[in-house]
Structure formats: structure tokens, C-alpha cells
Design a protein around this ligand. Structure first.
Ligand SMILES: Cc1cc2nc3c(=O)[nH]c(=O)nc-3n(C[C@H](O)[C@H](O)[C@H](O)COP(=O)(O)O)c2cc1C
Ligand code: SF4
Length: 598
């Protein structure tokens, strides 16, 4: 956009769309970037002036999120998902192929301003990788042929809307359905069932069910809802956590894609039970392709009086749902960081307490629940807590939806009653020769062959849903190194143990990979992991070293065979760093080198 008045007009239109609310800043930045391609400092300054907030506030929000750009990233911004499963499916060669085609360096824009190509964290397509995003639209199952097709379309400047629609097909791959995925209740059935039970009755059923949150921590949902209902506040909010950034997890994507009714009805039931009037779905930017159909679904619910005023004829039961888009930050899955993001800020986790149930979105009582947890509430509304409690194990009731990927014949979505053995899942998905399963993503646990008899359950192997399989051709050191890079990239930088620890772990893993690691690094990796676990501010830092600790313990030979046979090799090669000085001074004799015997 060349004309200054056009820029002013665009900003004005977007601000009007969001009623000039600074707490909508992340959405405002998205819309402006959609129009301009990137968010320059001048645009930020103009926006700050119009919103009457500080330049620093707007800029810090822009700079925090990976999908907001301060400089032009080209008409086509292509990002290759770089989860370990994408790597196993060959993403690196495809990435290089595309860079070569455009004669580009990673992250740099072509001279004609047409295209940039870079890597990004897991995009949640692990069952159909390697995956890419083109201007945040997902394309899966990349092959050398598909790379060439994409390159040709980009070179010809074909608008995304005219690309073959098959490129953007994202499959559900549901391989095993149980009571959630196998049922198809009528629209509104669960809301009516909840209303028939009454607010107290619905809460009682939730308590009876012993439903625990599916986002990872496994907190009892009824306790959360009750605390929110009882907290003092002018407004209550229901937030659906659709950030799903944990590498290897994609079940929420499938639930949002094909079970949106369950998700939204779960939000309505939560609102009814706690007395909330507004719901917010936080949708990760990688799932942006879902937004139009989710908006259409919400419109359909409004038309059926399942949202809006006096829902299903219950006087005074008013509730509606808005969709907010994330912008490429794994930490925004952490509930307080997510709330910060919803309020238009950088997604840095808050100090807790106070917890969101007492002081959440806009400092009001807020329930934050995972997508799957909310779906489960619809089952409990329809069938009751006793029915639900009878499924699974005593401490882990109901079913769990797993995202299965990696070395198996049938990657995809598997729903099981809690208590299923890891070996059963492996058998069902056609995994042969598995040497390891990474359960619950990069922050979860790495199980070895000896542990395959263990069970998926909060009391044994808890999981938010990710289930990545590695067979004997895989190198578990490289798996852990991929996760180390992920955490270094995703640490929000707020607290020192995590900011420093993830960076140090990542560089030590690189040093070991280069054959320069020693026993010193092995010891340091474990020491850093322990420091981060005990002193990081939030769950990201506390769990970022898990995979390192597990693989060092269970796959030690993968590390040891790379170690240099000395006690210590400095991380920084000072002599090499002085090469430029030697060159400038025209000297390369023994006296110009450090540590040389003369
Ligand atoms: C780094 C980090 C990332 C997280 N990402 C997610 C996520 O993507 N989705 C999610 O539901 N919960 C995520 N959580 C957990 C949330 O903080 C929160 O516990 C959850 O949304 C609560 O919902 P539940 O009780 O239904 O599980 C994450 C936590 C941490 C520490
Ligand atoms: S632990 Fe990491 S992600 Fe969490 S607040 Fe600290 S720096 Fe940020």
C-alpha cells in the first residue's frame, strides 16, 4: 500500500471493527497485517496514536509473536513445520529444495519481494506431514512434486484463493472412535439436557463424573467451574483453549474441524453452570483455515437460539462466543499467557495466585478449559456423571483422545478409555519395532521399550494427547535435540532459569551433535534440567528439560557415541574467533595463536 491515506483508511476500518478496544490489539494487528503484509514501526506508531496507548505497548505485542512481522516477508510467506515428525517425513530436504528453487536463505525475502521461506514450530499436522503454511494456510503431505507445484504457483503470482483446493485439504484420520467421537447427538441436545438438570444439578453431575482437564494438568473440571461461579465479579467468562501448540498434538484440530458443535455446546454448558455471558475461543493461528467454518457454525447456533439471548427459551440465559486468533506462540497455551494474549498483550504468564477462576480475563472470574474437556461436558450433560465415571479408571474417568504420529502404519486420532496400555495403542496403529514413545509432546515423557506395558492415565502416564512413535531406525538424541531447539525458540524470556536454561541446553545439544561435547556437558544438561524444573516461573520452563533427562537416562549410548574423549572442550573457540584479527594483521605464525607451544 503506497498511499498514506489508504494506510489511514485501513487502520480506521480495522479499529472500527474492534470498537477501538486496546484489548483487541492482537486481532487488530492480524487484520492490519493482512492488509499490509507486515507491521512496520511507522504503522505501529500510527496505531498506538489512534488507540491512545503507548508505542512501546503496541510494539512489544507485535515483537512477541512469531507470526507478526516488522519487515516485509514477501507476498508469499512460506513456513515449514519443523516438528520431529516432519523431520522424520523428510521436511529438511523439501525445505532445501524450495530454498534452492527461489535461490533464498532461510527467512530472507527474495529480491523481488515475492517470497520468503523459513521454518516454524509444529503446526499440528503430524499425522499428515511434512506440512507447510503459506500465508498461514495449511498445506499437508508435502512431496518433492508438491514443492515444485507450490513454487510454480508462487512464481506465477497466483493468488492463494486460486490454488488447487485439494492442496488445503486437512484430513481428520479418525482411526478409533469411542463414546465422544462415535456419538452424534442432535444439535442443542446437550444444552437442553444441562438445562433440564438445572445449574446445581449440572454441577453435581460434573462432580460425580470426576472429569479432569484434558489440556495437560488434569485439574478437576467441576472444582474449577464451582470456584469461578463462587468468585466475586461483575462478569464471568468461558475461555476455550484451542492453542494446541504442544508438538505432536492435533486432536483439538480434529475436534474443532469435525466436532465444533460439541466444543461450543460444552462452552454453553459451562456458561450456564457458572453464570457466564461471554465465551472466547482462542484459536491458534496455525488453524486459521478453520475460522470461516467455525464462524459459520456459530452463526448457525445463533439462528437455532443455541447462542444469543434467552438460549433455548430460558429467560435471562444470554451467552455468545467470539473467536480470537493466536499469532504463533506456544506459550499462549498456558492459561494466563493466553489471557494476556486475549487482552491484546504479549503472552507472558502471570504470577499465580490469583488464578483465572478468581481473576482472569479482564480481571474477572474466568474458566479456561481445553477443547476436549468442553466436549466431555456435553457427554456428562446428556448421560450423567455416574455413566461417565464408570468409564476409564478410578482416578482417570472417561476417554482420552490421542494424536498418534511417527513410525506407524496408521497415524491419526485414537479415542480410548483411560487405562489403555501403550502397547495396545502401538498395536492398533500398526507400529512395529518401536524403541520409544514420546507421550504428551516435547514437554512430556519419553518411554522406552521396557515401559510399553504402562497405561495412559493420570496415575501412570498422563498426557494432553500427543503420542509420537520412534522405531529402531531413529536416533533419540536427535529427537531430544529437536525438542531442545523448540523450547529455546518458544521460551517467552520472562524468567532467567528458562530463558538461560533453554538456550544453554540447546547449544550444548548442538555441541554434542558436532562431536565437541564431553562428560561435562552430560552433567550440565541434567543440572540445568533440575534447576529449570524447580525454579522456572511456568510449566514451559519446568518441563522443557524432561525429554533431555529421559533420553540421557534411557538412551545414553546415543549421547555417548558423540562425546569427545576428553573431560572438557570450551564452548567458545577463542582461537577461531581471532582468525579475522590474524587475517587483518597479516599474521598467522605460532605466536598469533592461543595455546600454541612456541
Ligand atoms: C507451556 C504450556 C502450554 C500449554 N498449552 C496448552 C494448550 O495448547 N492447550 C490446553 O488446553 N492447555 C494447555 N496448557 C495447559 C493450560 O495452562 C491449562 O491448564 C488448560 O488449558 C486448562 O484446561 P483443562 O483444565 O481443561 O485441561 C499449557 C500449559 C503450559 C504450561
Ligand atoms: S518458564 Fe519460560 S515460558 Fe515460562 S515464564 Fe519463564 S521464560 Fe517464560
Amino acid at each position: 500500500m503506497s498511499d498514506a491515506s489508504e494506510l489511514h483508511d485501513l487502520i480506521e476500518q480495522v479499529l472500527q471493527r474492534y470498537q477501538r478496544r486496546p484489548d483487541r490489539l492482537v486481532q487488530i494487528l492480524h487484520d492490519i497485517q493482512d492488509g499490509l503484509g507486515y507491521l512496520s514501526d511507522a504503522t505501529i506508531a500510527l496505531l498506538a496514536e489512534r488507540l491512545q496507548i503507548s508505542y512501546a505497548q503496541v510494539r512489544s505485542t507485535r515483537d512477541f509473536y512469531a507470526f507478526f512481522y516488522s519487515e516485509d516477508r514477501g507476498q508469499y510467506r512460506i513456513l515449514f513445520s519443523d516438528n520431529v515428525t516432519d523431520r522424520m517425513a523428510g521436511n529438511q530436504a523439501l525445505f532445501q529444495q524450495m530454498l534452492d528453487y527461489f535461490n533464498l536463505q532461510p527467512g530472507k525475502v527474495s529480491r523481488d519481494g515475492l517470497v520468503s521461506v523459513d521454518l516454524t514450530s509444529c503446526t499440528g499436522m503430524c499425522d499428515q506431514g511434512p506440512a507447510i503454511l503459506v500465508n498461514e494456510m495449511a498445506i499437508t503431505r508435502m512431496t518433492p512434486q508438491r514443492v515444485n507445484q507450490v513454487c510454480a504457483l508462487v512464481s506465477a503470482g497466483v493468488p492463494l484463493a486460486q490454488w488447487p483446493s485439494g492442496f488445503f485439504a486437512v484430513d481428520d484420520n479418525i482411526r478409533r472412535a469411542d463414546c465422544l467421537l462415535g456419538a452424534s447427538p442432535e444439535p442443542g441436545e446437550s444444552i437442553r439436557a444441562a438445562i433440564a438438570r438445572g445449574r446445581e444439578g449440572m454441577l453435581a453431575e460434573m462432580k460425580h463424573s470426576n472429569l479432569r482437564g484434558r489440556g495437560g494438568a488434569g485439574f478437576t473440571t467441576a472444582i474449577k467451574w464451582e470456584a469461578c461461579r463462587n468468585a466475586a465479579g461483575e462478569q464471568r467468562y468461558i475461555v476455550c483453549n484451542g492453542d494446541e501448540g504442544e508438538p505432536g498434538t492435533f486432536k483439538d484440530r480434529v475436534l474443532l474441524q469435525s466436532y465444533a458443535g460439541r466444543v461450543f455446546e460444552g462452552m454453553v454448558i459451562a456458561a450456564y453452570t457458572v453464570g457466564a455471558q461471554l465465551g472466547l475461543l482462542y484459536l491458534r493461528a496455525e488453524y486459521r483455515y478453520l475460522r470461516p467454518r467455525l464462524e459459520a457454525f456459530l452463526a448457525g447456533m445463533r439462528a437455532q437460539n443455541l447462542l444469543g439471548k434467552d438460549i433455548v427459551g430460558v429467560s435471562g440465559f444470554d451467552f455468545d462466543i467470539e473467536i480470537h486468533l493466536g499469532a504463533g506462540a506456544y506459550i499462549c497455551g498456558e492459561e494466563t499467557a493466553l489471557i494476556e494474549s486475549l487482552e491484546g498483550k504479549a503472552g507472558k504468564p502471570r504470577v499465580r495466585p490469583p488464578f483465572p477462576v478468581a481473576c482472569g480475563y479482564l480481571n474477572q472470574p474466568t474458566v479456561v478449559n481445553n477443547v476436549e474437556t468442553l466436549c466431555k461436558a456435553t457427554e456428562i450433560a446428556i448421560h450423567g456423571g455416574a455413566w461417565y465415571e464408570a468409564i476409564g479408571t478410578k482416578q482417570s474417568t472417561g476417554t482420552k483422545v490421542l494424536s498418534v504420529s511417527g513410525d506407524c502404519a496408521r497415524p491419526g486420532i485414537y479415542e480410548y478409555a483411560f487405562g489403555v496400555r501403550i502397547s495396545q495403542v502401538l498395536e492398533d496403529c500398526g507400529a512395529r519395532n518401536a524403541i520409544a514413545v514420546q507421550v504428551s509432546g516435547a514437554s512430556g515423557a519419553c518411554l522406552s521399550e521396557r515401559e510399553l506395558g504402562r497405561r495412559i492415565a493420570f496415575e501412570d502416564v498422563p498426557t494432553a494427547g500427543s503420542f509420537m512413535i520412534f522405531d529402531k531406525q531413529r536416533d533419540m538424541f536427535e529427537v531430544a535435540r529437536n525438542f531442545a531447539h523448540f523450547f529455546k525458540h518458544e521460551s517467552c524470556g520472562f524468567c532467567t532459569p528458562c530463558r538461560g536454561g533453554t538456550a544453554l541446553i540447546s547449544s550444548m545439544m548442538d555441541k554434542i551433535a558436532e562431536g565437541r561435547g564431553t562428560q561435562y556437558e552430560m552433567n550440565e544438561l541434567l543440572r540445568l534440567q533440575a534447576v529449570m524444573k524447580t525454579s522456572s516461573h511456568c510449566g514451559l520452563g519446568q518441563t522443557a528439560g524432561n525429554a533431555i533427562a529421559d533420553t540421557v537416562q534411557k538412551f545414553r549410548p546415543a549421547y555417548e557415541r558423540r562425546l569427545a574423549q576428553t573431560d572438557f572442550v570450551p564452548a567458545f573457540d577463542l582461537d577461531a574467533a581471532l582468525a579475522k584479527a590474524r587475517h587483518l594483521s597479516g599474521r598467522d605464525d605460532a605466536h598469533a595463536h592461543l595455546g600454541e607451544e612456541v
